[in-house]
Write a protein that binds this ligand. Structure first.
Ligand code: ZN
Ligand code: ZN
Length: 116
């Protein structure tokens, strides 16, 4: 008899970029680049949806993830951009393209003030 195989991944709010398979990293880089240069919010949302799907991150609040932009270490955390513990180091100007954020761990260990 056929047995249904459940392949649901456990909940994971963050992933390490380095832990992603190489082909996923390549895909991730390309999608992030496109998202950063997205012409409008609809395009950005679609790219973010794809990014969240390929990384397997779950529980994202507002359909937006980022790779840690910490300059104090070689952190490669990919996390929910709306995590209340993340620290914005550079605001976005257009309102929908990527901002530069430190992940909660970096925000806690070596926070960097917003530069104007
Ligand atoms: Zn970090
Ligand atoms: Zn850091």
């Amino acid at each position: 008899m056929a047995i249904a195989v459940m392949t649901h991944a456990p909940t994971q709010p963050t992933v390490n970029y380095a832990d992603l398979p190489t082909h996923v990293q390549d895909h991730f880089d390309k999608l992030m680049e496109l998202a950063d240069n997205a012409a409008n919010a609809t395009e950005y949302e679609a790219l973010m949806t794809a990014l969240i799907a390929i990384t397997g991150i779950t529980g994202v609040r507002h359909n937006e993830i980022v790779k840690c932009a910490c300059t104090a270490c070689y952190c490669d955390h990919v996390f929910d951009a709306d995590d209340s513990n993340a620290l914005v180091t550079e605001e976005t100007d257009a309102g929908y393209n990527l901002g530069r954020l430190q992940c909660p761990d970096c925000a806690d260990s070596h926070p960097r003030p917003v530069e104007n």
